[in-house]
Design a protein around this ligand. Structure first.
Ligand SMILES: C[S@@+](CC[C@H](N)C(=O)[O-])C[C@H]1O[C@@H](n2cnc3c(N)ncnc32)[C@H](O)[C@@H]1O
Length: 409
């Protein structure tokens, strides 16, 4: 059994749902042992390739668990400054490969420690824990004659955590030189970072593609998340019926799926084509499979045919770009205007999707001046057409029966 830690992005429930869908469709054998806003612990039957991070929009870091011990011991070591507990943790470290993995040919090892606590009451000990773990490593390295430098933080840093950009810039992955410490209610998880999200690659696809659409374009990371939530895998057909300049299609091509884009706007179609051509060259894709068609959503099934598509991931029209927070009546007007478009979209998508296909889409969510949230009731519409809503957190994927719906939502 191999345990891994996953550090999610800001919207952690979305990240968890994406991760589960990604692992399920690729038939990984896994169980979620623990999850929180800060980190997920996942047990796998086989060792995973950490480069899967490039296929995930919502995961920031992946680490390999090297040791676990009880939270009580850390609490005693840090809060009560209990010497035997400190020694116990040091011995636990000595029993792992963490130090050996760090020893390199370089004269001086540069390493960092990031601490994440899922428990509010332990947040106050994260900074002290970070220094404590750093000093253990430094001492152990020095015992082996290895000089090292611990990457400390300035006092004003709120959380003792290295960002993925820092890990990348300091090249900490190749030297196994970042430790992730997860402080949970009962357990401490010690791991070595094996991969981090590469924002520069996503940025390249976002701002260096030939044609961009600043306000209406979806960020590539979110596009990736939608694709994963649609359970899209290599070889599947993926449709974006509101493709714009093709951001979702781009991410779909990188998943090696057969992508089809439709948009009413001829300029979007030309732009999406150019962007996909660019992506295919830039990423040296062999036989990229894409089609982009101009058309109105109302004619979708006529254009695509019935039961042709495995997955739909899309960002339909979300209404006008707003310069200021709308009033509630104005927000309601926007939603009312879009209502028919969403009905047609769901009807047509139902026809083109295979019976076991999945459709994932973004809906408008407007916060108004009075603090009210105005959204569209798509659930009812979709249900009436025949769609079944998927709950992404199924019990069988979790170690503990209790850690499902109630805890997540
Ligand atoms: C929010 S944008 C999608 C942007 C896209 N995700 C991107 O990254 O470029 C919505 C798109 O829906 C298209 N659209 C609006 N009404 C449509 C309709 N009736 N049929 C097909 N496409 C439509 C617009 O032209 C626009 O490109």
């Amino acid at each position: 059994m191999y345990n891994s830690v996953f550090i999610p992005g800001k919207n952690w429930t979305l990240s968890l749902a994406e991760l589960i869908a990604f692992l399920e469709i690729r038939e990984y054998k896994f169980k979620i042992l623990s999850f929180s806003k800060e980190y997920f612990i996942v047990r796998f039957e086989k060792k995973i390739d950490p480069s899967i991070i490039d296929g995930l929009g919502g995961i920031i870091k992946i680490g390999e668990i090297k040791a676990t011990f009880s939270t009580d011991i850390l609490d005693k070591a840090i809060v009560q400054k209990d010497k035997p507990s400190k020694k116990e943790i040091e011995n636990i470290f000595a029993d792992t490969t963490i130090i050996d993995d760090l020893i390199s040919s370089t004269k001086k090892i540069f390493f960092g420690v990031s601490v994440y606590s899922s428990e509010k009451r332990f947040r106050k000990i994260t900074k002290a824990s970070q220094r404590f773990f750093g000093s253990i490593i430094k001492r152990k390295l020095s015992e082996q004659g290895q000089k090292s430098r611990f990457m400390g933080f300035s006092k004003d840093r709120k959380l003792p955590q290295l960002s993925h950009v820092e890990v990348l810039k300091k090249a900490l992955i190749s030297n196994n030189a970042e430790l992730i410490i997860g402080i949970g209610k009962n357990k401490i998880w010690v791991s070595t970072t094996k991969a981090v999200h590469n924002p520069f690659e996503f940025q390249k696809r976002d701002v260096y593609k030939p044609i961009q659409r600043k306000i209406f374009g979806i960020p590539p990371r979110l596009a990736k998340t939608l694709i994963n939530l649609s359970s899209c895998n290599q070889g599947n057909s993926l449709l974006d019926p509101f493709c714009g300049v093709g951001t979702i299609l781009q991410e779909g091509l990188l998943t090696k799926s057969k992508v089809i884009g439709v948009d009413i706007n001829p300029w979007c179609i030309k732009s999406a084509e150019r962007n996909l051509e660019w992506l295919s060259k830039e990423y040296e894709l062999t036989k990229p499979d894409y089609r982009v068609l101009q058309g109105d959503i109302k004619d979708l099934s006529k254009k695509i045919g019935y039961n042709e598509i495995d997955c739909v991931a899309t960002e339909p029209d979300l209404g006008p770009a707003l310069r200021q927070i709308p009033t509630t009546p104005y927000a309601k007007k926007i939603i009312m205007k879009l209502d028919n478009l969403y009905s047609i979209f769901l009807n047509e998508t139902y026809k083109v999707l295979r019976k076991d296909g999945r459709c994932v889409f973004v809906t408008p969510y407007l916060k108004t001046r009075s603090g009210q949230i105005v959204t569209m009731n798509v659930d009812e519409k979709a249900k009436n057409i025949g769609f079944r809503r998927v709950f992404p957190f199924q019990r069988e994927n979790f170690e503990k029966i209790s850690s499902t719906k109630e805890e997540i939502l």
